[in-house]
Design a protein. Structure first.
Length: 151
């Protein structure tokens, strides 16, 4: 299969609210954006052990290239806010300058502060993108990286 859609990792969200009480702080933890090619098949319902950076389909499949550091870029200015029954997660746009990266299709956002490096969301870029000594820039939606309608 391949990356065909964006999605939130159910096991991570459940672990925040169940007896696991996963202490994920979207405003203060170090959240990272790692790049993956189109060939991986994300499972948004995967068990927590597989829904993490360096585990499951994210083990040994992260892209490599000049100007890209394994583990991805740290997201800046992360926010998790709520209003009118909608919770919104957002961050500053992210980029890899002077990079040579081939076939970037998905961005895994995960919490590198947590021991398990739990995955939060995979963003499907819609197409595969490459750079050659250029800048790969990802501009998040003006509505945020993801929104949850809770009402």
């Amino acid at each position: 299969m391949a990356i065909t859609q964006s999605g939130i990792y159910v096991s991570t969200i459940v672990d925040v609210f169940d007896t696991t009480q996963l202490a994920m702080n979207l405003d203060a933890d170090t959240l990272k954006a790692a790049l993956y090619g189109a060939s991986i098949t994300p499972d948004f319902n995967a068990a927590a052990a597989s829904a993490a950076y360096g585990a499951g389909v994210y083990s040994g499949t992260e892209l490599t290239g000049t100007g890209y550091t394994a583990g991805g870029a740290t997201l800046a200015s992360t926010t998790f806010t709520g209003a009118s029954g909608v919770a919104t997660f957002d961050a500053a746009d992210v980029s890899w300058a002077s990079s040579t990266i081939s076939g970037a299709r998905g961005v895994l956002i995960y919490d590198s502060t947590l021991t398990g490096k739990n995955a939060l969301v995979l963003v499907d870029l819609g197409s595969s993108y490459s750079t050659s000594a250029g800048t790969l820039a990802i501009s998040w939606s003006a509505s945020g990286i993801f929104r949850l309608a809770l009402a």
